[in-house]
Design a protein around this ligand. Structure first.
Ligand code: CA
Length: 227
């Protein structure tokens, strides 16, 4: 698996450098910003796998940043670890209630930071196995919310189109035969024919625009989601 991309927001340069150095040493791809506005911009542009967010920032504070990130359908799945100074316990509670995943009180040891980062990423990857949030290039497929976001824009899919996309994207590189697809997406008393699958896929690809190319036709066999 590719190493996670981590966005770090901290206005104190020494701490920012320390965090960056330690994360990079672990192989993470790190992007550092020094204020809340840049954090939100970077989060929306690059959709990091994790945000480390200092609460005390100049201008927009960390809680506002957290609120905005957690209220935006494009970024709300990104886990957030808050950094706080002693005495900010009430802010910590507010942040956790807004959807932050964890917090650390400064000063902290780099070892503890790395352990927390790993724990949060592990938790998220396990949860996404359950709730089914799949990301591939410009696409986010969220089974829990039955939502597909493409380049930050919500795509309206029919029930069957969503089922098809979710089925394929869960096993990239795997070739599904038409019959397997029919078996997988049919509901109780809701027959689906192989021909109907083809028609649905035409519609699905159209709605996905460029990302529709992720669904490949395997001639004479069925379909495959690009690995
Ligand atoms: Ca600060």
């Amino acid at each position: 698996m590719a190493k996670a991309r981590i966005l770090v927001v901290e206005d104190e340069k020494d701490i920012l450098d320390l965090i960056e150095m330690n994360l990079e040493r672990e192989g993470y791809k790190v992007k550092c910003v020094e204020n809340g506005e840049d954090c939100i911009k970077a989060a929306r542009e690059k959709l990091p796998d994790l945000i480390i967010l200092d609460l005390m920032l100049p201008g927009m504070d960390g809680l506002d940043v957290c609120r905005i990130i957690k209220n935006d359908s494009k970024t709300r799945h990104i886990p957030v670890i808050m950094l706080t100074a002693k005495g900010e316990e009430s802010d910590v509670i507010t942040g956790l209630e807004m959807g932050a995943d964890d917090y650390m009180t400064k000063p902290f040891s780099p070892k503890v930071l790395i352990a927390r980062v790993k724990a949060v990423l592990r938790k998220v990857s396990m949860a996404s196995g359950d709730e089914g949030v799949i990301r591939k290039k410009d696409l986010i497929i969220d089974q829990g919310r039955r939502e597909v976001i493409c380049k930050g824009k919500k795509i309206d899919l029919t029930f069957t189109e969503f089922e098809l996309l979710y089925l394929f994207s869960r096993r990239p590189g795997w070739v599904f035969t038409r019959n397997q697809i029919v078996q997988a997406v049919k509901g109780d008393g809701y027959p689906v024919t192989e021909r109907a699958v083809d028609v649905q896929i035409v519609g699905l690809r159209k709605k996905l625009g460029e990302s529709g190319e992720l669904i490949e036709t395997i001639r004479g066999v069925g379909y495959r989601f690009k690995d």
